[in-house]
Design a protein around this ligand. Sequence first.
Ligand code: CTP
Ligand code: MN
Ligand code: MN
Length: 510
Amino acid sequence: MDPLQMAHSGPRKKRPRQMGAPMVSPPHNIKFQDLVLYILEKKMGTTRRAFLMELARRKGFRVDNELSDSITHIVAENNSGSDVLEWLQVQNIKASSQLELLDISWLIESMGAGKPVEMTGKHQLVSMRRDYTASPNPELQKTLPVAVKKISQYACQRRTTLNNYNNVFTDAFEVLAENYEFRENEVFSLTFMRAASVLKSLPFTIISMKDTEGIPCLGDQVKCIIEEIIEDGESSEVKAVLNDERYQSFKLFTSVFGVGLKTSEKWFRMGFRTLSKIKSDKSLKFTPMQKAGFLYYEDLVSCVTRAEAEAVGVLVKEAVRAFLPDAFVTMTGGFRRGKKIGHDVDFLITSPGSTDEDEEQLLPKVINLWERKGLLLYCDLVESTFEKLKLPSRKVDALDHFQKCFLILKLHHQRVDGGKCSQQEGKTWKAIRVDLVMCPYERRAFALLGWTGSRFERDLRRYASHERKMILDNHALYDKTKKIFLKAESEEEIFAHLGLDYIEPWERNA
Ligand code: CTP
Ligand code: MN
Ligand code: MN
């Protein structure tokens, strides 16, 4: 029998722990100087720990008795990543991304091999549940984000990829948040949005209430729902909302482009429950936006795929470069954050060599071109109200002042993947919602950060004002203490001005 197995499974006698007693062990040669191991006693027991320490030392590993800053590898058994992180927090161990948190299997394999074996996902306690293999960034695929630090209340200090280990909870919170939004209860809506956001950043799945300890943004109201879901697999409150007539109607009405809370409220009060009744009612007046929303409803509710987004990108670049050859066209919004589907496609356009007048005329020219080609199904052009010297807006959800247009474009199937996936017989195109924003070249980093979005951006603004006495919006960053505008050529520079670690776009899915 494997001596390691034996030591573990044998009957364990409770022995009084000899606190502070020096470990009696002969000196061993340390073969692997770069590694300093610490074996966690929690859930392992004193005897097995002492046995493993002795064995590892004999194999040439340096194993310290005490936890200290020199430790490079923490080895644990029967502990989840969150267990170890929590334990470290209690020990007051300083944040370090260098510290490896490993399962005992790594040490056992290493001792078997007579040298440290490569640490892979199955060994790594925290990152084992975090899958970066789908990340578009090859560097990120290699990183091992073992962040041994307190989770921040600000989304801009957390890395939130699309790998959500807590879907069961976040889906529930999003339903509740949306319902509160429909009922115009902003405080409760924000409570559940923030809770969903923080759980999305966790590198592990919450399986017991203990896992929620130390996580910010989880008030009692939120914890009750978590507890219910852990115990019963679902929340009665969420179930009630999903069956609620008002929620269902608002969900349906707001799925129409151009229909917001006010219109939904009106239609609901008038007794409408279906879109067909609304469409056929002669007494109702619709805005041009809503008319387009009904006309292209089926296409618009079926989400935009990445292939379609790329095809729109080509269309936009062709049109933009026809007028401003040096223009940069960047896909922003959800697709830039790595999402595979979206409700629209967002683009930021900027040109280093253009005059204010060139800039002002680009979007109208592009729109005009598409109109002539029969590709423009709907257009709402919003003129710029941007002023160079104006201070950034203090409101975290203030809209920006750049010139922009909200469009519905006709995308021919043949432009997508060579027309491989044309769906309906007869109709050769799909209506796609497209947003274009034009910004002055020197403001492109701020505009890009803003339009890449998600809630992340709101928290960045909140962080700037609450923690740094700065005001950030889609146009600029202003330092209130120094009374100056802080310039930035890239998103990285904005993070640096704010004293924040850079968070990649695909880590901003808060
Ligand atoms: N935005 C903005 N001003 C607006 C509209 C949007 O600054 N008037 C920003 C928002 O901050 C948002 C980003 O542009 O984060 C993209 O908006 P939107 O397309 O609504 O959301 P996505 O994150 O792209 O989600 P989806 O995939 O559903 O399109
Ligand atoms: Mn979008
Ligand atoms: Mn958009």
